[in-house]
Design a binder for this molecule. Structure first.
Ligand code: ADP
Ligand code: MG
Length: 702
């Protein structure tokens, strides 16, 4: 065998330094960064932009097009503050030769309003939209231009990073800059052995990182937006490789574990089924059996149950839970959003109260004494605990956890699941795991995404469902849609109005919903219109959901917080705004909120013309079929610009840059490199996982 090239030094001290070692990073910033999972310098290297803004030039108002994000310049002509439904500041800027643009602000300080006097020159960046009075921008970024502060354009495309409240883009980009200055040469940075890099034509990791963080002004914006730039593909390869390595490693580790045998007498399960107002479908029965067979093995179950929205996964999960209870074990059920967790709580309480089984509630918002008490009961062996990711936090410990159920798993990373499972560690024994998802993904991808799981499918809907009729309507005919809502409400139907502004901040999404809420409240006099968004307190959200469920609200204006799991059978009309921006998977999830009762349901996809080819095809698919598996396949086929954002937004499979559909062509090479790294360079494999997965990696030592 010929000698391999000498291994480069991989001990990489700069990368593992804490972020606090960077100049200007004080305790407050450390805290903010920690919330983003950024604790070491290398976490900053791998904190990749969500998208880019091009502020390298100024677009004239005359050239500005609706739907475009652009930087524009103008002089304030008029300022108007209105208080019709709520405060609003309208600032018209002009280019001096007749073109104007309206800037709208819903949240503003008095000083801000005072600064925007007529005659002030502004440089703005935002998305142009067609409003009632022509082009407008809602909450654009802006700066005042004076003779002392002349216009300067950016030298590079501006990255937009995932961030957290209180940490602005500028500040974050600044810290990342400092971290990037410490990037070592490739020989130290690269963890994939050189011979494998050469074999698969992998280019420089260092250059790829520098490029994606700071693309030059001539970078191909289209490619970057799609994630198809070669540097992004290089990073996507590495991320997929990491995912593959960690799933493989997990799977191997799980195989070595033991689990409690959950073979009860079936009493509780029978009593639950006897009390249900319906019969299980054949598919539900089959999957229930598959789960039961796993649960009586002394090896941990790792089973994914996939089933279209409304296929009835919850009752299958409840039956699994009862199997654990019959065997004297505890069950934890984790859902990705508070709303969804609360819904499970109510379902379970409703089903289990007649069996005298109490259900414990543990969400992030349960604080103080209530939390202490709940924790105590869980530690003492409370049979079932339902909650959000708060279930995984420190301080939560179980007496004898036997089964972990995770709903809508694409919202959780694999590692979060493991963290919860590890709560049940007893020596070599771990709990069984049941994962529920409504996102069917085609087989090839499933093998990669869920390499560590066995899969069951509920491939049948309960009887009596009427398929949802779907139509697409241009936003120009919005008033007709509202008219239609009016008629529906008068007939006693309930309506969802979904606002889908794709923004990185929950605040902007909430604002968009507030605007729609005001509009509909004014248009639908005599009917109660509710509002729900992610910025509301859980109690408020619950109150709104309860009112909607009870029929007290005719219309519910919502952000995509209602995307997963919300179940209000009487709601039979859904309007989705800006539907052209959403991916098929997300549209399908949303639409799944209607068509849950026996009444005929409708879904209106409002879109902002002109429609691109891909958007057109997507809407077409939605009109043609209600079948989640077909939609998933189409989705893969059609993946396009909006999609990348759409999936990134929901954190699907928690990739930072990779997209399983777009990057599927990388998978064969990923598997081959992965296999050889595990065999020949296990230490590098570890480091790669540590690097990409960051803090959560400690859970991987399953
Ligand atoms: P999902 O799979 O989307 O989580 P759910 O478990 O929320 O679906 O079930 C959707 C609705 O269907 C619920 O109201 C549930 O009570 C009802 N349901 C579940 N199974 C059946 C069945 N076999 N027959 C009739 N209704 C059912
Ligand atoms: Mg569900």
């Amino acid at each position: 065998m010929s000698a391999r090239p000498a291994r480069p030094m991989i001990a990489n001290d700069t990368g593992t330094m804490p972020v606090s070692a960077l100049s200007g990073v004080g305790p407050a910033l450390v805290e903010s960064l920690k919330r983003l999972g950024l604790e070491r310098v290398q976490d900053l290297w791998f904190h990749l932009p969500l998208r880019y803004e091009d502020k390298t030039h100024v677009t004239t108002l005359a050239d500005l097009r609706p739907g475009e994000r652009a930087q524009v310049e103008g002089v304030v002509e008029t300022v108007e503050s209105g208080f019709r439904y709520r405060p609003q500041l309208k600032v018209a800027i002009g280019d001096g030769v007749g073109q104007t643009l309206l800037l709208r602000f819903f949240h503003f300080r008095r000083t801000q309003a005072e600064q925007l006097r007529p005659g002030t020159r502004l440089l703005c960046y935002g998305e142009a939209r067609m409003g009632a009075q022509g082009l407008e921008m809602v909450h654009p970024q802006y700066q005042r231009i004076t003779t002392e502060v002349p216009i300067t354009v950016e030298e590079r495309l501006s990255p937009v990073y995932p961030t957290t409240e209180g940490l602005g883009q500028k500040r974050l980009a600044g810290v990342i800059d400092k971290a990037l200055a410490l990037l070592p040469p490739d020989a130290q940075l690269e963890l994939i052995p050189p011979e494998l890099c050469a074999e698969h034509g992998l280019s420089s990791l260092r250059e790829a990182l520098l490029y994606v963080h700071r693309p030059p002004p001539d970078a191909h914006m289209g490619q970057l937006t799609l994630g198809r730039h070669p540097t992004q593909q290089r990073l996507a390869f590495e991320e997929l490789l990491t995912q593959h390595l960690s799933l493989k490693r997990m799977r191997a580790a799980v195989r070595r574990r033991h689990a409690p045998v959950l073979g009860g007498d079936g009493q509780l399960r029978r009593r639950l089924q006897d009390g249900l107002p319906f019969q299980l479908t054949a598919a539900q029965q089959r999957v229930t059996r598959e789960v039961a067979v796993d649960l009586v093995q002394p090896k941990p179950m790792l089973r994914l149950v996939q089933g279209d929205v409304g296929s009835g996964k919850t009752v299958v999960a409840a039956l699994a839970a009862l199997a654990a209870l019959e065997a004297g074990r505890q069950v934890a059920l984790m859902a990705p959003t508070e709303l969804l967790a609360e819904q499970h709580l109510r379902n379970f309480r409703h089903w289990l109260a007649p069996l005298d089984i109490e259900v414990e509630w543990l969400a992030g918002k349960v604080q103080g004494k209530a939390r202490q008490k709940a924790l105590q009961r869980v530690a003492d062996g409370a049979p079932i605990v339902i909650g959000t990711h708060a279930l995984m936090q420190e301080g939560v410990s179980f007496a004898r956890l036997g089964l972990v159920i995770v709903d809508e798993q694409h919202r959780f990373g694999v590692h979060q699941r493991l963290a919860l499972r590890d709560k049940g560690l007893e020596g070599e024994q771990v709990p069984h795991q049941l994962v529920l998802t409504a996102t069917p993904i085609p087989r090839t991808l499933a093998m990669s995404a869920y390499a560590d799981l066995d899969v069951s499918s509920i491939d049948e809907l309960p009887p009596g469902r009427t398929p949802v009729q779907t139509i697409a309507i241009s936003n120009g005919r919005r008033h007709e849609v509202i008219e239609r809502i009016h008629v529906a409400c008068a007939e006693g139907r309930q309506v969802y109005w979904v606002c889908t502004l794709i923004e990185e901040s929950e605040q902007l999404r909430a604002q968009a919903a507030e605007v729609a809420h005001a509009e509909l409240s004014a248009a639908l006099l005599g009917f109660h219109v509710g509002l729900i968004h992610g910025r509301m307190k859980p109690k408020e959200k619950q109150a709104v959901m309860d009112a909607f469920k009870a029929g007290e609200l005719a219309v519910l204006v919502a952000t995509t917080v209602i995307e997963v799991g919300v179940d209000v059978p009487n709601a039979s009309l859904m309007v989705i705004e800006n539907s052209e921006r959403l991916g098929l998977a997300q549209l399908h999830q949303l639409r799944g909120r209607v068509g849950r009762g026996a009444v005929a349901s409708n879904c209106v996809l409002l879109y902002q013309p002109p429609l691109g080819q891909l958007a057109r095809e997507r809407l077409q698919v939605m009109r043609e079929t209600n079948d989640g598996f077909r939609i998933a396949e189409k989705d893969l086929e059609l993946r396009g610009p909006g999609e990348v954002l759409g999936t990134r937004q929901t954190g699907q499979l928690s990739f930072r840059i990779a997209d399983l559909a777009r990057d599927a062509h990388l998978l064969p090479a990923v598997q081959s490199v992965g296999e050889r790294m595990l065999r020949l360079h296990p230490k590098h494999a570890e480091q790669l996982i540590e690097r990409w997965v960051g803090g959560a990696a400690r859970y991987v030592h399953a």
